[in-house]
Design a protein around this ligand. Structure first.
Ligand code: UT7
Length: 329
């Protein structure tokens, strides 16, 4: 019999410092009303000077381990998704493995932009399903504030820092991951990317001067892509799960922009009461946005055992990912 695989426990962490739209009005030519109307964002959390992505990941991971009641030494694999790693290499997953004391764990990073956490869950679930591993720690963690161009109003108002983690393992039969849909379209890579600091354009004084190591984005192009793909990938994973949108209790989408979330909900004909939204508080925390939203939903007691949940993401790559889970906790 194949194993049913799902989430055993989750944890999230956001840094203490809050930067509001009004704070941003003092930094760039923008306004609270423009940001709220176009994105739904009111505030975002920003990492302290001594906090890097692995620190945020660590704080989320220890909570996830405690919630799952799994010891660090019982973790077999760690997968971290991030667009703002501590270093280009080695992986943030290895840094986390050492800090957590996951002495028996393999570790790697998986790059899928804001779709990272859902990609991680897809990979982890298959590795547990085959019996290769029993407990996989998956993380989405970002300190995007470090790679934002704080002079570019087109991007600096959109992002925030945070982390979310989950322990993936065997769950009661029939629960857990029911359907997975992953995809990519690399022809859109320049719609959202970090041009400099890699082998294509190594860091030089010139690349630093032109802010090549910061987030570069064609907002309207990403917007169009997101509106098209969010509904489509969710419908694909729902179909693969053998369900219909009417069977879905919660949509937990990537928190990039309220208008994008609204359009995905509309495509799925889901009332907004069934959609978890927290983009107003945290802005776009990329790979961390879905697990932070899930943690909030758990803490609020919104997710009930047996609920059908759709995780729905898109991001740099371009990538997309959705997973249907029958909630097992
Ligand atoms: O995880 C994936 C990450 N990325 C995304 O999800 C981004 C997806 N895209 C979006 O969310 C939207 O495209 C944005 C919110 C980025 C922009 O909204 P938009 O409705 O597409 O606006 P726009 O880029 O077409 O810009 C409209 C106007 C422009 O002025 P002009 O040329 O019409 O005079 C911009 O310069 O708004 C201006 N603008 C701003 N004004 C005040 C752009 N950013 C700002 C700002 N404050 N922060």
């Amino acid at each position: 019999m194949t194993r049913s695989v799902g989430i055993l426990g989750m944890g999230c962490y956001v840094p203490e410092k809050v930067l509001t739209n009004f704070d941003l009005e003092k930094i760039v030519d923008t306004s609270d009303s423009w940001i709220q109307e176009r994105t739904g964002i009111k505030a975002r959390h920003i990492a302290a000077d001594d906090e890097a992505t692995s620190d945020l990941a660590y704080n989320a991971a220890i909570k996830a381990l405690a919630a799952a009641n799994v010891k660090p030494e019982d973790i077999d694999l760690i997968i971290v998704g991030s667009a703002s790693n501590d270093h280009n290499w080695p992986s943030t997953a290895c840094i986390l493995q050492n800090r957590l004391g996951c002495t028996h764990a393999a570790a790697f990073d998986l790059i899928a932009g804001c779709s990272g956490f859902v990609y991680n869950l897809a990979v982890a679930s298959q590795m547990v399903k085959t019996g290769l591993y029993n407990h996989v720690l998956i993380v989405g963690a970002e300190t995007l504030s470090r790679i934002i161009n704080w002079k570019d109003r087109n991007t600096c108002v959109l992002f925030g820092d945070g982390a979310g983690a989950a322990v993936v393992g065997e769950v009661e039969e029939g629960y857990g991951v029911l359907g997975i849909d992953l995809g990519a379209d690399g022809s859109g890579m320049k719609a959202l990317y970090q041009p400099s600091g890699g082998s294509r354009e190594p860091a030089t004084h010139e690349t630093i001067d032109k802010a090549g190591h910061t987030i570069h984005m064609n907002g309207p192009e990403v917007f169009k892509f997101a509106v098209k793909i969010m509904g489509k990938t969710a419908l694909n994973s729902i179909e693969k799960a053998g369900l219909t949108p009417e069977d879905i209790d919660w949509l937990i989408p990537h928190q990039a922009n309220l208008r994008i979330i609204n359009s995905a909900a509309k495509r799925l004909k889901m009332p907004m009461e069934k959609v978890w939204v927290n983009v107003d508080k945290y802005a776009n925390t990329s790979a961390a946005s879905i697990p932070i939203a899930m943690c909030e939903a758990i803490e609020a007691g919104a997710l009930k055992k047996g609920d059908n949940i759709v995780l729905d993401g898109f991001g740099a790559g371009l990538t997309w990912a959705s997973i249907v889970l029958k909630w097992a906790l």
